[in-house]
Design a protein around this ligand. Structure first.
Ligand SMILES: [Cu+2]
Length: 161
């Protein structure tokens, strides 16, 4: 009985042994593999190029002086300002009265239009507030007033082409 088994037993042992030998031979020859690069690593994206900040309205533009005097504390002088269309202007408003005022420009012939630009309200004497904006592209008359004295203190920005 025992004599019938040796051969199959030998094969059963020999085969795994052979495989083990082959594997160890390979291992002895050094790794059959190498560390593969981790694939194309995405190069760090360059920081988004910053868009240059708008340099603002070109040129220094025009400067307009408007004032309210202590002697005449509820009017703009001048009450009619003539400016070219589509031009950057800086309005320097001087309040020499002890009454709070500002100057608020509208995008149309009266106060029903939206405000184009306005200064802060300031109380004089000797107080100056400035505002810079681009005049409308269309010629015409554009209303302005004092936000504090809407019914009594107004004027017109006359825009020419
Ligand atoms: Cu006022």
């Amino acid at each position: 009985m025992a004599g019938m088994h040796p051969q199959p037993k030998l094969i059963r042992f020999a085969l795994p042994l052979a495989i083990a030998l082959i594997l160890s031979a390979c291992a002895g020859a050094g790794p059959g593999w190498t560390y593969a690069p981790l694939g194309p690593t995405a190069a760090p994206t360059a920081a988004a190029t910053a868009t240059p900040a708008p340099s603002g309205p070109g040129g220094p533009g025009l400067t307009i002086e408007v004032k309210t005097t202590d002697a005449n504390p509820l009017v703009f002088e001048p009450a009619m300002i003539e400016v070219p269309a589509n031009t950057s202007i800086t309005v320097n408003y001087t309040n020499d009265s002890a009454i709070p005022h500002n100057i608020d420009f509208f995008n149309g012939a009266d106060q029903t239009s939206s405000s184009l630009a306005k200064t802060d309200i300031v109380t004089g004497p000797g107080a100056v507030k400035s505002v810079t904006f681009t005049t409308p592209a269309a010629a015409g008359d554009y209303f302005f007033w004092c936000d504090v004295h809407q019914t009594s203190m107004a004027g017109m920005l006359h825009v020419t082409q």
